[in-house]
Design a protein around this ligand. Structure first.
Ligand code: PMV
Length: 337
């Protein structure tokens, strides 16, 4: 361990988020490792779905996820991110080895994004443990370099991530646009349509989509207009307008994915059945709107007062494994252990 830079045991909790206006695609950059998004995005943070992470000094790098020690894959990404945070905090000596333990409080079925809450919690834990004094916006920019959506999980409520245009990425920044309290009348119903991990990770999929989908330029071009509509709808607490732009962003992203070569089709038959059931519920007067990410699950945005009735109706769609009603969640938190 470095005598000059001891590691302070630290803990952090960050909540997952669901994008209403999606991030899909990376901005080409001269500077490696910035992980700049090609489009801006806007999300709501989730209440129960969260990652808790602790970091402490150790004789060697160790990563324990949900009680299981990992060596490859996820562990390598975690250690690379620790190096990134260490260097960003101005340390020039090698990073001392660390033990990181993370627990995902996410639904039992896999395939729901844990990278947002995971990298947000990891960044906050590492920043604290390594003696950082960055502001939240800079911490969010660091989290983005681990996973784009993680930049938004630093805050609760509604969060906007601007793509920016500067080559150094300094104007690519996330910031909260509505407090958790301002969103307390909304719920997400998470409708699980499959079990098991997603087929292809987002980074490779985004790259393939940008390179081969003829719809990709249109996807990028339409983004700023969607962001402004969604931002205004959040400020006006207009669920109908927000739901409409959210569905449009989701369908555009998936259309872009379907037109990728080879096709990226994350949805299954049950996904389509849920979307159809939702349209029928809407025709009956319910205000409920769907979105879906790089996986087959459907997330339905609705008013808190209607959420239990809608959840029961969606649970009856043949093939649905589980439904979960989730409130809008708080800011991430961290502190010395
Ligand atoms: O943060 P990543 O690299 O896992 O990408 C997330 C991409 C989507 O979940 C599909 C959309 C989003 O904005 O969260």
């Amino acid at each position: 361990m470095s005598a000059s830079h001891p590691i302070t045991p630290w803990r952090a909790t960050a909540h997952s988020n669901i994008a209403l206006v999606k991030y899909w695609g990376k901005r080409p950059s001269e500077i490696p490792d910035l992980n700049l998004p090609a489009v801006s995005s806007l999300s709501l943070t989730l209440d129960e779905l969260r990652t808790e992470t602790t970091l402490e000094p150790s004789a060697s790098d160790i990563f324990v996820l949900d009680g299981q020690s990992l060596q490859e894959g996820a562990a390598k990404k975690v250690f690379a991110h620790l190096d990134r945070v260490w260097t960003a905090l101005g340390h020039s000596d090698p990073r001392p080895p660390c033990q990181v333990e993370s627990t995902n409080h996410l639904p039992t079925a896999a395939g729901l994004a844990s990278s947002a809450s995971g990298f947000a919690a990891l960044t906050l834990a590492a920043h604290g443990a390594f003696g950082g004094s960055l502001d939240l916006e800079s911490i969010s920019q660091l989290a983005r370099r681990g996973s784009g959506s993680a930049a938004r999980s630093i805050w609760g409520g509604a969060v906007r991530l601007d793509r920016g245009s500067k080559a150094d990425g300094s104007d690519c920044r996330a910031y909260p646009i509505a407090t958790p309290q301002a969103c307390e009348n909304w719920r997400f119903i998470i409708v699980h349509t499959a079990q098991g991990p997603k087929a292809i990770g987002s980074t490779g999929a985004m790259q393939r989509c940008a390179e081969t989908s003829p719809f990709y330029p249109a996807w990028v071009e339409g983004n700023e207009a969607d962001i402004e509509v969604a931002h205004k709808a959040i400020e006006a607490q207009d669920l109908e307008a927000l739901g409409a732009v959210m569905e449009h962003s989701c369908y555009k992203m998936h259309a872009c994915m379907w037109a990728t070569v080879p096709a990226l089709r994350y949805w299954n038959g049950v996904t389509l059945s849920v979307l159809e059931a939702l349209e029928k519920l809407r025709a009956q007067g319910h205000k409920a709107y769907a979105t879906s990410d790089a996986g087959p699950h459907v997330k339905v945005l609705c008013a808190a007062s209607a959420s239990e009735e809608l959840a029961s109706a969606l649970a009856r769609v043949p093939g649905v494994h589980q439904v979960q009603v989730v409130a809008i969640g708080p800011h991430a938190s961290s502190g010395a252990r």
